[in-house]
Design a protein around this ligand. Sequence first.
Ligand code: AR6
Length: 173
Amino acid sequence: MTRITLVQGDITDQQVDVVVNAANSSLLGGGGVDGAIHRRGGPEILADCRRLRASHYGKGLPTGRAVATTAGRLPARWVVHTVGPVYSAADYEGRAGLLASCYRESLGVAVELGARTVAFPAISAGIFGWPMEDAARIALTAVTGAEAGRGVLEEVRFVLFDGAAYETFERIW
Ligand code: AR6
């Protein structure tokens, strides 16, 4: 059985096999979780991202997909970068599907790597503007329903940056 856990904290502190990054299609860094991961993990992560762009994703990583790099100096072994959708009430259904896909694809990549423990941030719920309550519902539904990782992953941890996000996830869970 995979344990689902919720913690309040900084995702770059987590002692897990995989830390998931809420990246953008460029894979070349940004603010929020992405900025924190590259700052703390160091230049090796960006070097890997540049190689991936050159070899597989000339136009960028599509929304809803996930790819792995080294975790550089982070305590984790790998970073799995995924691109969440920007929130849009006018295009809700399609984008909610892409947000769920981020969680499923990231778990699939983590399992292929041989990971046992994975930490997720609240993808799309910061700079990309997704309302936290709905982001939490989509995240928890996607992870509990995912085939990938069933019987293999020991823990999927949601790392919520502030108390309000933590309480929202706890309430939805
Ligand atoms: N640890 C855990 N959670 C964090 C951390 C941290 N160190 N820092 C922020 N959060 P965001 P998005 C929370 O904006 O909405 C970047 O520029 C944050 O409070 O990181 O998917 C990328 O390059 C929020 O609840 O990701 C993209 O361009 C959640 O993590 C864009 O932002 C996600 O916020 C992606 O935006």
